[in-house]
Design a protein around this ligand. Structure first.
Ligand SMILES: C[S@@+](CC[C@H](N)C(=O)[O-])C[C@H]1O[C@@H](n2cnc3c(N)ncnc32)[C@H](O)[C@@H]1O
Length: 266
């Protein structure tokens, strides 16, 4: 009798993306702590720009019946995935407090205690005037006590043309810098995944970005009308790795790759 071919489960690229690069509980703890320090109260409303499937925003509304969130993204496919996999898992009362807005982040009018742009998504704006337009639009949407949080990255190897591999539960994750142009800082990054026992799946996600340095980002934020920017750098665990604690800094030691957060105040 012919052997029945075993069916492989359908490949879900967003599942691997979420496991490899997202940590919603870390992000929420970070945002709550830093907002509380800056504003002396808990943040309740949240706007996640470039939200993708909005894993973070849908977790945000689980905190209490007063928490609300909107996720802004252009891509209908990613939003549809988020609706089916994250939003649908919320309780009805939580579902009412989260909305997807399929929109350009430079056009949205939503205000919130916290507006955030994470996973370097704003690097999609490769021209200074585009980045300035986005930051100006965010600035316009802010209340007196809103805070705009962004993450960024740097270090001597951040745009080295190479691939970095992490062994995760059930799969290998690759972050590859495929090209970097030192003249205009345009770069191509790609995510590949190799699930255990299966072939590598290349280019699950690709990014044509500009690598913006931290001082450039601060300058553009200032030009967009933000009165102050604070940089949170990660501490050292003593063995050359980050310790997961981010504190305000105005000077730091350079290392191969670092991630930092910026809080921009109106
Ligand atoms: C790197 S993903 C980020 C997903 C999510 N923020 C995260 O942290 O994992 C970038 C997202 O930005 C969206 N995007 C790109 N340009 C945009 C724009 N101008 N307005 C809104 N969304 C945009 C893409 O559709 C994509 O879902």
């Amino acid at each position: 009798m012919a052997k029945k071919k075993q069916q492989q489960p359908e490949f879900d690229k967003y599942y691997y993306y979420s496991k490899a690069v997202q940590d919603a509980s870390f992000d929420i703890d970070f945002l709550n702590e830093k907002y509380q320090e800056l504003r002396g109260r808990k943040p309740l409303s949240f706007r996640e720009d470039f939200c993708g499937a909005a894993h973070l925003g849908t977790e945000w509304v689980k905190q209490s019946s007063k928490h609300t969130a909107v996720g802004v993204d252009l891509d209908p496919e990613t939003i549809q995935y988020g609706k089916e996999h994250y939003w649908s898992q919320l309780k009805p009362d939580q579902q009412k407090r989260f909305e997807y807005h399929q929109q350009d982040v430079t056009k949205t009018k939503d205000s919130a205690d916290i507006i955030c742009a994470f996973n370097f998504s704003y690097w999609i704006f490769r021209e200074r005037k585009q980045l300035l337009k986005y930051f100006k639009a965010v600035r316009k949407n802010m209340k007196n006590d809103s805070v705009f949080f962004l993450d960024t990255s740097g270090g001597t190897e951040v745009v080295d043309e190479r691939s970095e591999c992490k062994e995760l539960d059930g799969f290998k994750y690759y972050w590859e810098c495929e090209s970097f142009n030192p003249i205009n800082h345009e770069c191509h990054f790609a995510i590949h995944v190799k699930p255990d026992g299966r072939k590598i799946q290349k280019h699950l996600f690709t990014y044509h970005w500009r690598y913006w340095t931290l001082p450039e980002i601060r300058d553009v934020l200032a030009e967009a009308g933000f009165s102050k920017t604070l940089v949170y750098m990660e501490g050292d665990d003593g063995e050359g790795e980050g310790d997961g604690e981010f504190d305000i800094a105005e000077s730091a030691e350079e290392c191969m790759i670092w991630v930092a957060y910026i809080a921009a105040l109106p």
